[in-house]
Design a protein around this ligand. Structure first.
Ligand code: R2B
Ligand code: URA
Length: 313
């Protein structure tokens, strides 16, 4: 397949989306061994092509328990042999992240916030590269605060935007700021929206997702240990966000989008809104309701994967 040329903002110039996952580091080729420290895996200690070479879908999410439950759910949905309860954590040598492989699907936890997901993504992208994986689609499945949406609505991210609603991720490198584009794969987003319409009880929209570096003041909450603004100022900020197309707020999407794009990975962010931030700040829905909300991105992505696999036969 001919590579597709895409424009990329900032310091990374234009990028080719290729079938193979690309690392953008010439030093990697000169290394005799690459230790993926936070996964407790390495190129000398593990046969990465044998372990991971058939991976086509990587699903990441914040919580270790949720990503284990997703792996077990995928196991059932793909009708694989064996007991889903017996799935082994591939990263059991560390408690930083968990990782489960279910046929062509990898399920990994990334913790909360940009620094945590960024470490995981560096090692994941190297892992997929060392394993010679091809045609991989990457999904972040998460939770978020809705902006003018009913709780339980699933948001497929169009653009991941920063605190000033710009589609960019700023990374400090050697004391200088590098700006990377955070546009996600429009084709995958559109296909996800189509798949959502085939499922019952899955209200879904496409919109921009604001990524912040804090859950409380950073997201304009009035209920943190610190609050340096008024209720009216909070509502004004949320109104501006809504006008800029923001439909939800979470804490990882910009770096997720930026790193995927630079490395030629098709990627999508699918987060359920746990509350409407115009209505409040505290997450007050009962536990069972929250559990069902958190399953919605999983149900949607599982349906997408099953359709893709059926089309590939
Ligand atoms: C959504 O939920 C977490 C904060 O509660 C954070 O990881 C995110 O992006
Ligand atoms: N996750 C967030 O980052 N914000 C919310 O409001 C809810 C979940």
């Amino acid at each position: 397949m001919a590579p597709i040329l895409l424009n990329c903002m900032g310091n990374d110039h234009s990028e080719y989306i290729q079938e193979q996952v690309q690392v953008k580091n010439p030093y990697l080729d000169t290394m005799e061994e690459d230790i993926l420290y936070h996964f407790s895996l390495g190129t000398k200690t593990h046969n990465l092509p044998e372990m991971f070479g058939d991976i086509k879908f990587v699903c990441v999410g914040g919580s270790a328990n949720r990503m284990k439950a997703f792996a077990q759910f995928m196991h059932q949905e793909l009708k694989l042999t064996g007991n889903p309860k017996d799935l082994q954590d591939i990263c059991e040598g560390t408690d930083r992240y968990c990782m489960y492989k279910v046929g062509p699907v990898l399920s990994i936890s990334h913790g909360m916030g940009v620094p945590s997901i960024s470490i995981m993504l560096h090692e994941l992208i190297k892992l997929l590269h060392h394993a010679q994986c091809r045609d991989v689609v990457l999904f972040r499945l998460g939770t978020s605060g809705g902006v003018g949406l009913a709780p339980g609505t699933v948001v497929i991210t169009d653009k991941a935007v920063d605190y000033s609603f710009q589609p960019r991720y700023e990374q400090v490198v050697l004391g200088k700021v590098i700006t990377r584009s955070t546009e996600l794969d429009k084709g995958v987003a559109k296909e996800l929206l189509q798949r959502s319409s085939e499922l019952p009880n899955l209200p879904t929209v496409i919109g921009n997702t604001m990524c912040t570096h804090d859950f409380y003041e950073g997201q304009g909450r009035l209920d943190g240990a610190l609050c340096s603004f008024s209720h009216e100022e909070k509502l004004e900020y949320l109104r501006k966000a809504h006008e800029a197309g923001v439909r939800n707020i979470e804490m990882e999407s910009t770096v997720f989008a930026a790193m995927s794009r630079v490395c030629g990975l098709r990627a999508a962010v699918i987060c359920v809104a746990l509350l409407d931030r115009f209505e409040g700040d505290q997450i007050t829905a009962p536990h069972d309701v929250l559990v069902e909300y958190q399953q919605r991105p999983q149900v949607l992505v599982s349906h997408f994967i099953k359709k893709r696999l059926a089309q590939a036969i």
